[in-house]
Write a protein that binds this ligand. Structure first.
Ligand SMILES: [Fe+2]
Ligand SMILES: [Fe+2]
Length: 188
């Protein structure tokens, strides 16, 4: 699928603001893929489609998670986490994206996981640092992203986990697994 077609499909699914975020995530993901020698085309597709299901009804996302045998544990955590895995399913079904690397990058873009693929890291990070974002600690992550993908993803995970803890929110276990994995990996 070419970029224009993908953008058109996503535009129909999202409010303007979220669509523009998706375009910036796509552009950022492509830059990161070029920087870290990944597949720029896959980064482009995963970037534009990553929030495809963000505005679907919660009930629909829940049903997909149940019927497609996705981890039931997701349903015990915040519904904000559901649009990743359920979104990957919808992108495959409705937009015909079959590439497993692209679909897993969509699946894990919110939570991360242990043993993230490079493309998963790229989309996770692009979602965090895209130029429309602004919050404390972000400039450091953007700096790290110029040189070291693992370090930048680790910083983003650390910030996310501390932010959630400061709000007394629950933290999905995969996010801790991603964090622990990268702490070990970056110590080596
Ligand atoms: Fe998202
Ligand atoms: Fe996003």
């Amino acid at each position: 699928m070419n970029r224009e077609k993908a953008m058109q499909i996503v535009k129909e699914q999202l409010p303007e603001k979220r669509y523009l975020h998706s375009v910036r995530v796509m552009e950022t993901a492509v830059q990161l893929a070029e920087r870290f020698q990944d597949d720029a085309k896959k980064a482009e597709m995963a970037g534009i489609f990553h929030d495809y299901a963000k505005y679907r009804p919660q009930e629909e996302l829940k049903k997909i998670i149940e019927e497609q045998n996705m981890p039931k544990e997701l349903l015990d955590f915040h519904s904000e986490l559901w649009h990743g895995p359920a979104g990957a399913y919808l992108v495959e079904q409705e937009a015909g994206i079959a590439d497993k690397d692209v679909l897993s990058a969509i699946t894990y873009h919110t939570t991360g996981r242990q043993g993230m693929t490079q493309l998963e890291k790229i989309v996770f990070l692009a979602d965090y640092i895209e130029p429309g974002r602004q919050f404390p600690g972000l400039d450091e992550v953007r700096e790290a992203a110029k040189e070291d993908l693992d370090e930048a993803v680790l910083m983003a995970l650390r910030n996310t986990i501390s932010f959630l803890m400061s709000k007394r929110s629950t933290i999905y276990p995969d996010t801790f697994h991603a964090y622990n994995d990268l702490v070990k990996k970056t110590e080596e």
